[in-house]
Design a protein around this ligand. Structure first.
Ligand SMILES: [Zn+2]
Length: 451
């Protein structure tokens, strides 16, 4: 027997059930467990596992079932394209959510949802739940990028757009991290300018978040995605040297780089042209519907030490004001760092380095002279590449469906002795990285990843 709650409140758009129930419980000063038992049933007869029941929730919350099916993620009817949605719930725009009482609202947003264009608020990828969302009144190009991003969804579909925007971020992150010589008009200068507004120097401990670094590079990531997501441009790149040079010129224009040419190492654009352009867009690693917590009383939460990591990254960022390292290590980029066809690397940093590198073969170990020579060697593929997928694909491209589990491509976190951790070593690492890089579109790559 269930009873209606006296205080009624609507669910927010795309709110997860656990969030809605927590707000209802808070409004009625009820234990969350008690409310959960009222709106759930055993998964099977005699099973201790309980799952949300839409009819019970409609009765208890005193809401029309149809309204719940439009708003509550777990009850949506018909079911959405789960791969087009993030698997991790997050806060939406704080101004939009201010009208929903009872506590924080957690939404399951689409992969392309980064900005509230109504209130000019940065939402970003799932990061830290309680970190303040910056407003974008002084950065209108980030709001414009959200409109351009939505147009990409209409042109290319969610699968190609998901891969293309993440790849755009990956390219920007590599370049931001290590490029040292900026030209007039260079996007790198813009990223620093935006970072000064979003994470003012001296306030990093309070204002830093990796999500804000994604905001700094968002306009260029979307601009690059307009090429990367397009079957036309993928075919141009796969066809031969002329197409590759045309593509490189267009990439350079979008990053503000004069006479940009892909380089054989330390260049994420060259890596994409060699390894990825002729293969299907990479899908998300998982989706919310596939998680064991779906329809249950809990959901997957960020790790407990996320604020410690944030402060560690803030300290690192305050020293050099380069955002690439934090972005590249953020879970958001994982689907394009380790793709299904990536060479298995034992540690994540090895997989990461690989994404800015082509498969040139060299004697080992590389000397400084080798690296300097490679840092100015143009990458070009002289023969067209044959790809059945690229020859037959049509837009919008469908999600690449895996027939089995994701291949174990490795990528465990580095152990303390495998990664520079101390302040002195990290500073030395940054100095070395900065000193060895002087070409556009570059990122320092540990020599072991050059094969
Ligand atoms: Zn809003």
């Amino acid at each position: 027997m269930v009873s209606r709650l006296p205080i009624t409140t609507r669910p927010a758009h795309q709110e997860i059930a656990v969030s809605y129930l927590a707000r209802l419980a808070a409004l009625h000063d009820l234990p969350a467990d008690e409310l959960w038992h009222q709106v759930s049933r055993p998964k099977a007869k005699g099973s201790p596992t309980r799952r949300l029941d839409g009819d019970l929730l409609a009765t208890v919350a005193n809401q029309p079932r149809a309204r719940l099916e439009r708003a509550v993620t777990e009850l949506r009817t018909p079911e959405p394209d789960w791969l087009a949605l993030r698997h991790e719930p997050q806060r939406g725009c704080w101004r939009c959510d201010a009208r929903h009482p009872g506590g924080p609202v957690l939404h399951l947003l689409a992969h392309h949802h980064y900005v509230c264009t109504r209130h000019h608020v940065w939402i970003g990828p799932p990061d830290q739940e309680d970190h303040p969302q910056p407003d974008l009144d002084a950065l209108p190009e980030i709001v414009t990028a959200q409109h351009r991003h939505r147009r990409l969804i209409r042109r290319f579909g969610p699968a190609a757009t998901f891969d293309a925007v993440l790849t755009g971020f990956l390219i920007c992150a590599h370049r931001w991290n290590f490029a040292d010589l900026a030209f007039p008009g260079d996007a790198w200068i813009e990223w620093r300018r935006r970072a000064e507004l979003l994470i003012p120097p001296g306030t990093e401990d309070d204002t830093f978040s990796t999500s804000r670094l994604f905001a700094c590079t968002y306009p260029e990531a979307v601009a690059l995605a307009e090429l990367i997501g397009s079957l036309h441009w993928r075919r141009v790149v796969a066809h031969g040297p002329d197409g590759q040079r045309t593509f490189a010129t267009e990439i350079g224009r979008r990053l503000g780089l004069r006479d940009y040419r892909p380089i054989v190492i330390k260049d994420a654009v060259a890596h994409w042209m060699e390894q990825d352009c002729w293969r299907p867009p990479s899908p998300p690693n998982t989706d919310y519907r596939s998680l064991r917590t779906f329809g249950g009383p809990t959901f997957r939460k960020p790790s407990q030490d996320s604020d410690t990591k944030r402060r560690d990254n803030a300290l690192w960022f305050s020293r050099h004001r380069r955002g690439g390292d934090s972005m590249l290590h953020h879970r958001t980029l994982n689907p394009v760092v380790i793709r299904d066809w990536s060479t298995k690397m034992e540690v994540f940093d090895g997989a990461l380095a690989q994404t800015a590198n082509t498969t040139i073969r060299l004697r080992k170990p590389l000397t400084t002279k080798d690296l300097l020579a490679l840092a100015t060697t143009e990458w070009i593929r002289s023969d067209p590449i044959s790809s059945t997928w690229l020859n037959t694909a049509t837009e919008p491209v469908d999600w690449h469906r895996r027939t089995g589990p994701r291949p174990p491509t490795g990528g465990r976190p580095a152990l303390p002795h495998e990664r520079p951790r101390s302040r002195q070593t990290r500073t030395a690492y940054a100095r070395r990285s900065a000193n060895t890089t002087s070409k556009p579109g570059t990122g320092v790559v540990p020599t072991e990843s050059v094969n």
